[in-house]
Design a protein around this ligand. Structure first.
Ligand code: DOR
Length: 460
């Protein structure tokens, strides 16, 4: 049991969708859990302990710690790109207290020993909670389904061959069948490899102009359509990763209306950037400098699509056709991202900038409300995790719940400097861009695991 003083976070603007709280309040944390929450508008002030440590959160948003259902921590196998330690430090800087780690590691996370290894390494090296996602197929080869039951017992929260689609219809049906019994989602990377071919960017006018091979939006929507029909047939549990095209949205919308158990995520980069970014124009309306034409920094799977897709994704997020924002944080070395657009590896390092990018481009420009944005990082992803995590208070701030909390200064400006990212992946397309809204403190299980200017006054 911790001998530490209780921690009081006072005067913050507490925003919490699940409790319906949007007001100034004090929060007392003891032994890693929330002891009480006092809304200032209520007259009966709860008893303060004799001694406590205090964070004055005046002027700050105080929200549940963010949950990322889709990120790449790269261990084992790619520690030059990221480690569980560097990735979780970066995540904490981005306001996350829970991250789900994708299994496209080497070896792939496809068996109980590997899951144990990741959980053990996380208990030693991670600064926040790491929940492993298992591969769906052995070695992610798309040939044989993993032992899903024992992987669930070992602690995985979902199954995905992310980076590749699970293409085989019989295997996908089989996996969806098990997803129903295990009550864990199959996260599909929806890209038809036959249709993608050698494509590396969105198939459209920019691809033609730059002479780069395109990827059609149908390569995504056809798989989404197929998987939804399989899910409906077996009452499965499908989660569509990184939706990029408006064509997919129609299928997801109809499926939800028909009661099919399907959820979907969108990444920050697909909500903000389009294939036009490859021409160098990044966001002059925000005063952001341009990038070089055809820069490989923009290469990502699925590709950045066109303005219609971006606007449809924003609408779908607001209308709950898309349930959550997930970062798809994909750190790479500078070497991986250098050379030509076509030879660079796909992926964006985005876990540190996810919230601020969207607070700048969507909230500040009044496209979505702050409470909607926060919900998509907190309560919404929590609803897709196993019940025991929700019962523990993840995604909300509730008495007796785990004290996972983010402190945000909504007015603070900062300029993204790749050298200052805690991630080993410096592959951000936001270098030199000013963002507004900054995570300045992250509390995980009652401990301040990230701080940029948060002062704790001890033993008051
Ligand atoms: O751009 C991407 N990079 N998309 C993915 O689905 C995988 C990821 C990676 O692992 O680098």
């Amino acid at each position: 049991m911790s001998q530490k003083n209780p921690l009081l976070i006072k005067n913050g603007f507490v925003k919490d969708q699940i409790q319906g709280r949007d007001t100034i309040a004090d929060i007392l944390i003891e032994h890693g859990r929330i002891k009480w929450i006092w809304e200032h508008k209520n007259s009966n002030i709860p008893q303060l302990p004799e001694k406590c440590d205090v964070i004055d959160a005046s002027g700050l948003i105080v929200a549940p710690g963010f949950i990322d259902l889709h990120c790449h921590l790269r261990e084992p196998g790619f520690s030059e790109k990221e480690t569980i330690e560097s990735g979780t430090r970066a995540a904490a800087k981005g306001g996350f207290t829970t991250v789900c780690a994708m299994p496209n590691t080497i070896p792939a996370m496809d068996n109980v020993d590997m899951v144990k290894w990741v959980l053990n390494s996380a208990s030693e090296n991670a600064v926040i909670r790491v929940l492993p996602i298992s591969a769906i197929s052995v070695e992610r080869k798309g040939e044989k389904i993993v032992d899903m039951q024992s992987l669930k017992e070992a602690g995985v929260v979902a199954f995905s061959d992310d980076g590749s689609v699970l293409y085989d219809v019989d295997l996908m049906t089989n996996a969806l069948n098990k997803s129903r019994d295990l009550d864990l989602p199959i996260i599909q990377h929806s890209e038809d490899p036959m249709m993608v071919g050698n494509g590396v960017m969105h198939d459209g006018k920019i691809a033609r102009k730059l002479g780069i091979q395109g990827i059609s939006p149908e390569s995504e929507s056809k798989i989404v359509e197929r998987d939804i029909s399989l899910t409906a047939r077996v009452d499965g549990f499908l989660h569509v990763a990184h939706v990029s095209s408006y064509l997919s949205l129609e299928h997801i919308y109809q499926a939800k209306k028909a009661g099919v158990r399907v959820s979907a995520e969108v990444t920050p980069h697909h909500l903000v950037f389009s294939h036009e970014s490859l021409m160098g124009e990044r966001g002059s309306q925000y005063g952001w400098p341009s990038t070089s034409q055809g820069s490989p920094i923009w290469r990502v799977n699925p590709p950045l699509r066109d303005a219609l897709d971006v606007n449809s994704l924003i609408d779908a997020l607001k209308g709950d056709v898309i349930d959550i924002i997930a970062t798809d944080h994909a750190p790479h070395t500078l070497q991986d991202k250098s050379g030509s657009f076509s030879s660079a590896l796909p992926g964006i390092s985005g876990i540190e900038t996810a919230f601020a990018l969207l607070s700048t481009t969507l909230v500040d420009s009044q496209k979505i409300e702050m409470k909607v944005l926060l919900n998509k990082f907190t309560a919404a992803p929590a609803s897709l995790l196993p019940k025991k995590y929700r019962d523990d208070g993840l995604g909300t701030i509730i008495e007796k719940g785990i004290a996972d909390i983010v402190l945000i200064d909504p007015k603070r400006d900062w300029i993204v400097d790749p050298d200052e990212l805690l991630s080993k992946g410096k592959n951000t397309p936001l270098a030199g861009c000013t963002l507004k809204g900054m995570v300045i403190g992250t509390v995980y299980g009652g401990e301040l695991v990230f701080s940029d200017g948060i002062r704790i006054v001890n033993g008051v």
